[in-house]
Design a protein around this ligand. Structure first.
Ligand code: COA
Length: 278
């Protein structure tokens, strides 16, 4: 395993089993790698079997412990079956991260009911399914649940009504579960990233590359995109003993974007929907 070059002491998650949905790519994959660097066994759950297995092999190739299990978070029975296999492989679950998400850029008026529901199903219902199916498999005292929300949960944004509604729902779900499951020693939190470079999500949201990025960075006080490592570090902190009294919180990690509003980001998305000029 590569030496851990970070501010955390090595082996922070030694002996823990982390189950992460959507970890075949992007932010969630980096979280999976980071947690493995810190000694956790990783179960990667995703709807694309090849992506899951490849991500697990990558981690194993770097000396970590990981396995991929294919399931779509929209399908409860398949998800539950995958989690059972994961528990057979690595034991009771200590950490469960609901990271699977779907997004596309579309105005509400151009979106079908099914288009809206698809994102609600993947993001919000998928988050509930993930935590609900994981519940009986958790090592209860000290188990950590973490949802990957987004800046859209608190910032209304053009061409993102479906995502804003789904992510706002996730924030309230996490806060509600923290009340119901806190007494059982289960903490439930969320992180709300702004734009993160090098992810499929941002490839979809910033289709014009540099031009789109320049525009949306005007809405971020720190003037730059987030990095996958920065999101993984926050997840690591929230799933470590250092965060043992943090429960029911949504932590923004967006360079201050929520304080400036969504106008630059939203206008860039709306522009990307206009037909290209000849
Ligand atoms: N604009 C408007 N509607 C769209 C759309 C777009 N750009 N993309 C998809 N939809 C609609 C479809 O038309 C369909 O509705 P309909 O049946 O009324 O026509 C509905 O959404 C479902 O689309 P479908 O492609 O069948 O869903 P899927 O389950 O295969 O894919 C998505 C889910 C739509 C979220 C797809 O974008 C996806 O696979 N995303 C996963 C990866 C991702 O988004 N990663 C980034 C996470 S931040």
């Amino acid at each position: 395993m590569n030496a851990v070059k970070d501010v955390f002491r090595p082996g922070l998650l030694q002996g823990r089993h982390a189950l992460i949905t959507g970890a075949g790519s992007g932010i969630n994959k980096r979280i999976a790698e980071r947690f493995a660097e810190h000694g956790a066994s990783i179960s990667i759950i995703g709807r694309n079997p090849e992506k899951c297995f490849t991500a697990a092999l990558d981690i194993e190739g770097r000396g970590g412990q990981a396995a991929g299990f294919a399931a779509d978070v929209r399908h409860y029975d398949a998800l539950e079956a995958a989690f059972k296999h994961a528990r057979e492989r690595f034991g009771p679950v200590d950490i469960c991260i609901a990271g699977a998400a779907g997004n596309f850029v579309a105005e509400a008026a151009a979106m079908s009911s099914n288009g809206f529901r698809t994102v609600i199903d993947i993001d919000l219902v998928g988050c509930f399914n993930t935590f609900r199916a994981a519940l009986p498999m958790l090592r209860e005292e000290g188990a950590d649940l973490l949802a990957i929300s987004a800046v859209q949960s608190s910032l209304p944004m053009s061409a993102q009504a479906h995502v804003c509604a789904a992510k706002a729902g996730i924030d309230m779900l996490v806060r509600s579960l923290s009340i119901e499951w806190g007494p059982r020693g289960i903490r439930c939190n969320a992180i709300a990233p702004g734009p993160v470079a090098g992810t499929e999500g941002m490839d979809r949201l910033a289709p014009d590359g540099e031009r789109s990025w320049k525009r949306l960075l005007e809405g971020i006080p720190m003037g730059r995109a987030g990095e996958r490592d920065e999101i993984a570090d926050l997840a690591l902190f929230l799933c470590s003993g250092a965060a043992r009294y943090i429960n029911g919180t949504v932590v923004a990690i967006d360079g201050g974007q929520v304080n400036l509003g969504s106008l630059p980001f939203g206008s860039m998305l709306m522009e990307s929907l206009k037909p290209a000029k000849a």
